[in-house]
Design a protein around this ligand. Structure first.
Ligand code: ZN
Length: 248
C-alpha cells in the first residue's frame, strides 16, 4: 500500500508523520514499524490495551531509538476525555504517578510530550520556548481542552505566535454521530468534523497558523491492514498511535 502525499509542513519520516520547525519537533505514529501481533499490529503504543506488555515496551523502545529521544523523560498522563493539560516545568520522574489529563506541555528541552489516540485528534501546539501535545475528542473539544493547551504554553513562558498541527484522526466524512452530538455541536449533518471544530477553536484562541495533515484514521478496510488504529472501525480490541512533541 502506498502512503498518501502530505501537505507542508508535514512530511513522511519512514513510517512516521513528521514536522520539524526550528527546535520544535513533532511526530505522529502510524500502525507500521512495530512488533505487536494482530489485532494490535504493529506499532501499538497503548499501554492500557490487552496487547502483550512486552510488545508494547518493545514498540516504545524502537520508537525512542528511531527518534533519538530519551523516554525516561516521557511526559504522559491518564487520558480521561477532559479539558486539562499538564504543565511540565521540570523533567518527569518515571516513579511519579500519572495524572488524569488530556495533554502535556513543557518548556524543558528533551522532555517528550505524548498523547495516545485511535480516532480522537492529536494536536501539537508550538510557540517560541514551549510545546504541547493535546488529546482532543469531541468531549475534550466541547470542554475546551485546546484552550487549556494554549494557556499552558503561556504559563510555561511560551512567547509569540502559536502554530497548531492537527494529526491523524477521525475524518469529517467518516465520523458518524447521533442526535445528542448533533444537538451539542449545533449541526444537522450525519457526521461530525472534529478537525474543523478543532481548527475553529484554535483560531478563536488566537492561533496564527493551523495545519491539518488531512489523514483519517477511520478510512481503510479491516482486511487490508489500514495505516492507523481506529476504535470506531476496529472496536475495542485495537491499538493506539501516538502524537509526540518536544523541544531540542
Ligand atoms: Zn475516513
Amino acid at each position: 500500500m502506498t502512503v498518501p502525499a502530505l501537505p507542508a509542513p508535514f512530511r513522511w519520516d519512514g513510517h512516521l508523520v513528521a514536522v520539524d520547525l526550528g527546535d520544535h519537533h513533532v511526530r505522529f505514529t502510524t500502525r507500521r514499524g512495530g512488533v505487536s501481533r494482530p489485532p494490535y499490529d504493529s506499532l501499538n503504543l497503548g499501554r492500557w490495551t490487552d496487547d502483550d506488555p512486552a510488545s508494547v515496551a518493545a514498540n516504545y523502545a524502537e520508537l525512542a531509538e528511531l527518534l533519538c529521544v530519551d523516554f525516561a523523560r516521557l511526559a504522559m498522563g491518564l487520558q480521561v476525555h477532559g479539558s486539562e493539560v499538564q504543565r511540565r516545568d521540570e523533567e518527569p520522574d518515571a516513579e511519579d504517578e500519572l495524572l488524569a489529563c488530556d495533554g502535556q506541555a513543557t518548556h524543558v528541552e528533551g522532555v517528550t510530550c505524548l498523547v495516545l489516540t485511535a480516532d480522537c485528534l492529536p494536536v501539537a501546539l508550538l510557540c517560541d520556548g514551549a510545546v504541547a501535545m493535546v488529546h482532543a475528542g469531541w468531549r475534550g473539544l466541547a470542554e475546551g481542552v485546546l484552550d487549556d493547551g494554549l494557556r499552558a504554553l503561556r504559563e510555561l513562558g511560551g512567547r509569540g505566535a502559536v502554530i497548531a498541527l492537527i494529526g491523524p484522526g477521525a475524518g469529517g466524512e467518516c465520523y458518524e454521530v447521533g442526535d445528542d452530538l448533533r444537538a451539542r455541536f449545533a449541526t444537522a449533518e450525519r457526521t461530525l468534523d472534529l478537525k474543523a471544530i478543532a481548527a475553529e477553536a484554535l483560531r478563536a484562541g488566537g492561533v496564527a497558523e493551523v495545519h491539518d495533515v488531512g489523514l483519517c484514521t477511520m478510512c481503510g478496510r479491516r482486511d487490508t491492514t489500514p495505516l492507523f488504529f481506529s476504535h470506531r472501525r476496529d472496536g475495542p480490541r485495537t491499538g493506539r498511535q501516538a502524537g509526540l512533541a518536544w523541544l531540542s
